[in-house]
Write a protein that binds this ligand. Structure first.
Ligand SMILES: [Zn+2]
Length: 464
């Protein structure tokens, strides 16, 4: 099957130019002007007036994550399908090592969830909940089989939490095996004390979640894990950075030349502490770190502009308002943490970022596709419009407006955090390894067509 995409504007992290793209089988075969005569194409897609971009890569999702006695609603089929509607053609999800279990058991369980279900390609990071001699030894094998990142938590005592010694041991091991340490950086020990005080003082509504998780405690933990990584001589990637104090810690480290990296998420750029108010409705917006006061938002945009933040991913972890978020009525600490978002990321960033004049369209492609591909060992197979790259391609209409709503989105969750928001920009045709999976709002993909992305390590020092 040969598909020609004609008359579009190629937008990459490096620049934009008019060109045709010829796809042969699963890969990009040719990029250039006036390919129609020689292409011998089975199908031609007219991209006049449209951008042609590498498919989005969301390196932070949680399909089917168990949390607080329930599970995130999207599975690998519904989640990757929703992602595709939003122009995202690869996800990297988090396999979970449970306490007392091996990394292998966790990874096998996540492979079983994804295989035969995902409609687009997927990879895994490994969450380490139990650092010991055995799990440390297992890390090297995971790097070799394409799972080179390990996420640890300074938050969630009793669940995912690791103390500084455990984190440091995992960092030392990773310094040897060439992988990457990812950190959820909030001081969970202190936050649990404040949250208990908040409930005792009578604040049990979702707003308490935002009030208890001080931004300074994200800043403290971010600085701490960066300095632990410095001591262990290992690169570190801060997930879902939400606060000015945490950004300052990352910026300082990068100014010193340390291989410290960070992502933020659309919810921290577009939503705020105000959304957590309004009684129990705020449960829809409970995630950790929490939504911050609005004055953090311009700082995060500045971080994206100056490359102190390199990636925007979603932390997609959807729970229904009815029946799941409601587990926390009367005590915000029992509200499952997480928001839906995998479908909306590209459009929100295009609308608020590119149309909003905060970032260029090239930077938009970089933070949503190319930088995650590079940092997470998928480049140039993913994240690039170039000969030989996987034909994960989106024909993107930068002018079409649409309204985000739970009544029209494809995520398996009963609400949207952006209900009623009008955004400019949308994916018209979405291609995964050469097959059209979404065309003008219709799903044309296949359950189980997605493949595991065996990822490499990267030379993180050169990206600092
Ligand atoms: Zn997460």
């Amino acid at each position: 099957m040969r598909t020609l995409i004609t008359n579009g504007t190629i937008v990459t992290a490096d620049g934009s130019y008019p060109a045709d793209v010829l796809v042969d089988g699963e890969r990009i075969a040719q990029v250039g002007l006036n390919l129609a005569a020689s292409a011998n194409a089975d199908e031609t897609i007219d991209a006049t007036g449209k951008y042609v971009i590498p498919g989005g890569i969301d390196v932070h999702t949680h399909m089917k994550l168990p949390f607080g006695g329930t599970f995130a609603k999207d599975d690998f089929e519904t989640g990757t399908r929703a992602a595709a509607f939003g122009g995202t053609t690869s996800i990297v999800d988090f396999a979970v090592q449970s306490k007392g279990r091996t990394l292998r058991e966790g990874l096998d369980a996540w492979h079983a969830l994804a295989e035969g279900n995902a409609v687009t390609d997927y990879g895994f990071h490994m969450i380490m909940s139990d650092v010991n001699d055995d799990s440390l030894a297992e890390m090297d094998g995971l790097v070799a089989e394409g799972v080179p990142d390990f996420k640890l938590f300074t938050a969630y005592p009793g669940v995912f939490y690791s103390d500084d010694g455990a984190i440091f041991r995992a960092m030392q091991r990773t310094a040897k095996n060439g992988g990457l340490i990812m950190m959820h950086a909030e001081n969970g020990m202190a936050i649990d004390v404040i949250a208990a005080d908040t409930v005792a003082a009578g604040t049990t509504d979702p707003i308490g979640h935002g009030l208890a998780r001080y931004s300074v405690l994200e800043g403290e933990a971010t600085n701490r894990v960066i300095r632990l990584a410095q001591a262990a001589k290992v690169p570190v990637y801060i997930v879902h950075l939400s606060a000015r104090e945490a950004l300052n810690a990352v910026r300082m480290a990068r100014d010193e030349g340390l291989p410290a990296f960070a992502e933020t998420c659309p919810q921290y750029l577009f939503l705020s502490l105000d959304d957590l108010g309004n009684g129990f409705n705020g449960a829809k917006f409970v995630c950790s770190p929490p939504l911050r006061s609005q004055d953090h938002q311009p700082e995060l945009w500045k971080g994206l502009q100056k490359d102190d933040l390199q990636v925007v991913s979603t932390d997609h972890c959807p729970f229904d308002f009815h029946g799941q978020k409601e587990l926390g009525r009367g005590d915000f600490r029992k509200i499952p943490n997480g928001l839906p978002g995998v479908e909306d990321r590209l459009d929100l960033l295009h609308d608020g970022g590119v149309v909003g004049g905060r970032i260029t369209k090239e930077r938009w492609v970089q933070i949503a596709s190319t930088a995650p591909a590079k940092l997470f060992g998928m480049y140039p197979r993913k994240g690039s419009i170039a000969v030989g790259s996987d034909a994960d391609i989106v024909v993107y209409d930068p002018n079409r407006k649409h309204t985000i709503s739970a009544s029209t989105h494809h995520m398996a969750v009963d609400y949207s955090c952006y209900e009623g928001r009008v955004v400019q920009g949308g994916s018209d045709v979405v291609m995964s390894r050469g097959s059209v999976v979404v065309r003008n709002g219709q799903f044309t993909g296949t359950k189980g067509a997605g493949r595991f992305i065996k990822r490499a390590t990267a030379d993180y020092s050169r990206m600092a």
